[in-house]
Design a protein around this ligand. Sequence first.
Ligand code: MN
Length: 233
Amino acid sequence: MSTYLFPPPAVAAVPVRGQSELFPVNRLFFVGRNYHAHAVEMGKPVDKTVERPFYFTKAPQTLALSGSTTPYPSETSNYHFEMELVLAVGKAGFRVKAEDAQDIIYGYACGLDMTRRDLQLVARDKGRPWDLGKDVEHSSVCSEIVPMPGVVMERGAIELAVNGETKQKSDVDKLIWNIREIIADLSLFYHLQPGDLIYTGTPEGVGAVLPGDRITGRVEGVGEIALTVGPKA
Ligand code: MN
């Protein structure tokens, strides 16, 4: 039997509502610019008739659970929140047709795609990878997963507040590429696997936080999420 030189990293995992077993996380996918008003605020409006969705990934090691306190990351002075609906994949799927998308859905969660915005924009404008801006330690915040097998969410308020003050307020019905379209398109490129989480994009109103700030968010029909920003790393 093989052994390891040192203990292998723990499997990233998320609690599941109503169950004792954890949801083991395989990959973290993120849809870029998937609400028109957010695309506009980023200076990159989307014309769905001529564009396709795009994605970036983060390592599962960046996962942080709702309710935690995570350090304000190094090498940024513009750390941003992005409130997102997270889709949890429960079955394998490759080249999934939009009309069959429900077959691979396990459930949903609330997510925060925390971002070094200053570094992301430098990378974007220089044509460099987004990793230093996006693949930030502790930046993929996830609530408990709510089992909703086969349910294709088409609407639901999505909101975020910082220290009780509302910053983001929209509805999942404003997704440019909806749940069915995301699954169909992403599964052209990847063999989706049980344990994959897909962060579906953020609405408008993104902004910076500072050490000590308390972020709270909710998606109607799914649940709530909270994060406290700790001292600088
Ligand atoms: Mn995002």
